[in-house]
Design a protein around this ligand. Structure first.
Ligand SMILES: Cc1cc2nc3c(=O)[nH]c(=O)nc-3n(C[C@H](O)[C@H](O)[C@H](O)COP(=O)(O)OP(=O)(O)OC[C@H]3O[C@@H](n4cnc5c(N)ncnc54)[C@H](O)[C@@H]3O)c2cc1C
Length: 570
């Protein structure tokens, strides 16, 4: 084991972690560690296809940050904190220009300015993009910028085990070196969690990378930091039918249709004005409704509807949606240029996450601990995120968090980490390695996937949710009896998957628990037993604490400064 000292430790090498690191490292005397369980360019940000929102007004000059804010707040079903939303939309254009200067190859208009495409729930074409590979190019450019800073040390393929704190503030982190099987301690003044989302709890139908297991959220939760609005998970309407792999919202942004087995564009019943470009929660429910009422193709788990891109023509598909075409060919065996594409909703994004108590700094209730990106809940997405707003969020809040942390660490010292605390983590790993038991990791993970999809998916109710809480608690107990069969130290993925599974089970149960007590339908949370929104009782954020093995739910008010909640029609 070794112990090293850094002014700032950032956990996560995706868009949020990299953008924050670049900002902190602007002060050359600060030493920064950037930790990632996968090589940074393999982070899930690289999978983002469609683009990011910023009111540049390049296509329609009337667009502006206020319109972007209103669309975001309406899309959130009025649960977003409005000051935070305005902060994001006002800072978004500068973030895009900065990326442009750093070399992101944005798609262009004829006159050379950055192109913008329409996206769901947006009143103007506002989404900037690089074909349908926006996240990929963005992640590589950010990585390049971070590599150019001499004061950032990269800990690639190191796994966060825990934060080390004294009840008042953070002192360090404990990591597991995946390549060598050693525990490593980093002593630090500030920790920034940027560990991404956890939509992999829907193990069988998710757009997310297998590593999106919510490790940072689970670590924060176990350390007494509350998770906010966990009941809100986003299901993306267009997952490939067989695998749940994402086909970008850009498909509909570029003019794609959704049709049922009778060839009807069914969105005209559900959102007559916006049609296919209604927000994701509504479109996903509409697809499921069509399937339930027998207008999908097939039945049960294998049923689907179609995405129709044929009328866009081969040239436009190749220019704007090349990756979408390839994914459909490779994973569904159909070519969108000439075939209909079978699709169905798939778990995609987590609106909830680590409670951020000050959006300007991204600090959490524990001093020295910050959270940015999909693992955080600021909240700018409320009950439903608009497509293209996550990349905006991770970069805007990453930048400002970096600025705040740069100042914070100037006035604080390191705190001692006694040897016994360090040994605790070595003992923890060796106890896992020695563990005996007859449970199987893959089996428990499959059961989790079935529970999450069938009991806490797009539609839920009291019965399904309370049974999900019970089932997941039982799986957590059974987790204690899963042995690590691979005893090697070098790249032990068996051990890592065991650690990830505990995190997923804890978060899945948190989602079910918060969902059980939100007795209304709002955004991505759709209760069949409480089908309407109830502003009187539930216009508030949930805060879930984990104390002495118990889940404790509290609520805090929504910050409403500009727009009173109104009915949400499209
Ligand atoms: C397929 C897909 C397409 C999308 N398309 C869009 C889009 O077009 N527009 C948009 O706005 N949003 C999109 N999103 C959402 C958006 O991409 C994500 O919300 C965002 O990129 C998350 O960034 P992040 O930096 O917070 O997390 P990530 O990019 O997921 O990075 C998380 C980082 O944390 C590290 N990490 C996690 N756990 C640990 C641990 N235990 N120890 C050490 N390191 C750890 C990982 O290694 C990784 O580096 C899409 C999402 C998906 C899944």
């Amino acid at each position: 084991m070794f112990v090293k000292k850094y002014d700032v430790v950032i956990i996560g090498g995706g868009g949020a972690g990299l953008r924050t690191a670049i900002e902190v490292a602007r002060n050359p005397v600060l030493k920064v560690a950037l930790v990632s369980k996968v090589y940074p360019t393999r982070s899930h940000t690289g999978a983002a296809q469609g683009g990011m929102n910023a009111a540049l007004g390049n296509v329609i000059p009337d667009d502006n940050p206020k319109a972007h804010a209103y669309d975001t707040i309406k899309g959130s079903d009025f649960l977003a904190d409005q000051s935070a939303v305005f902060f994001m939309t006002e800072n978004a254009p500068e973030i895009v220009y900065e990326l442009d200067r750093w070399g992101v190859p944005f798609s262009r208009l004829e006159d050379g300015r950055i192109a913008q495409r329409p996206f769901g729930g947006a009143s103007f074409p506002r989404t900037v993009y690089a074909a349908d590979k926006t996240g990929h190019v963005l992640l590589h450019v950010l990585f390049e910028q971070a590599l150019s800073k001499d004061n950032i040390d990269f800990y690639n393929e190191f796994f966060l085990l825990d934060i080390i704190q004294n009840g008042e503030r953070v002192k360090g982190v404990s990591l597991y070196d995946i390549k060598n099987g050693e525990v490593v301690i980093l002593q630090t003044k500030a920790v920034i969690l940027a560990t991404g989302g956890f939509a992999r709890i829907y193990w069988f139908r998710s757009t997310n990378a297998v590593g999106n297991t919510g490790d940072g959220q689970a670590v924060a939760f176990r350390n007494g930091i509350p998770l906010k609005d966990m009941e809100f998970v986003q299901f993306h309407p267009t997952g490939l039918a067989k695998t749940g792999i994402l086909l970008s919202e850009a498909c509909r942004g570029e003019g794609g249709y959704l049709i049922n087995k009778f060839g009807e564009r069914f969105m005209k019943k559900y959102a007559p004005e916006k049609m296919e470009l209604a927000p994701r929660d509504m479109v996903s429910r509409a697809i499921e409704q069509e399937i339930r009422e027998g207008r999908g193709v097939g039945r049960g788990a294998k049923a689907y509807v179609y995405l129709d891109l044929k009328h866009l023509g081969e040239e436009k598909i190749n220019e704007r949606l090349p990756q979408v075409r390839q994914l459909a060919i490779d994973f569904e065996g159909v070519d969108p240029v000439k075939d209909l594409v079978p699709i169905r909703p798939t778990a995609h994004y987590c609106m909830g996450g680590i409670h951020v108590s000050n959006f300007k700094t991204s600090e959490t209730p524990l001093k020295g601990l910050y959270a940015v990106g999909e693992c955080a809940c600021v909240s700018v997405h409320g009950a439903n995120r608009l497509g293209g707003n996550s990349l905006t969020e991770i970069l805007v809040f990453g930048k400002f968090c970096g600025m705040a942390v740069r100042e914070y660490v100037e006035d604080v010292d390191y705190r001692e980490i006694p040897a016994y605390e360090i040994r605790r983590y070595e003992d923890f790993i060796s106890s896992l390695m020695k563990r005996e038991g007859n449970e199987k990791l893959a089996e428990i993970r499959s059961q989790m996937g079935e529970i999450t999809w069938s009991k806490m998916g797009i539609f839920r109710d009291e019965k399904s949710l309370s049974s999900a809480v019970e089932d997941l608690s039982e799986l957590l107990e059974r987790w204690e009896n899963i042995p690590v069969n691979d005893k090697s130290k070098i790249f032990n993925t068996n051990l890592i998957e065991l650690l990830e599974l505990r995190n997923m089970l804890e978060l899945a149960r948190a989602v079910a628990f918060a969902a059980l007590y939100r007795k209304e339908s709002r955004g991505g949370h759709s209760r069949e037993d409480y089908p309407s929104r109830d502003d009187e009782k539930f216009l508030k954020h949930s805060l879930l604490y984990y104390k002495e093995g118990k889940l404790i739910l509290e609520y805090i008010p929504v910050d409403i400064t500009e727009y009173k909640p109104a009915q949400r029609t499209y």
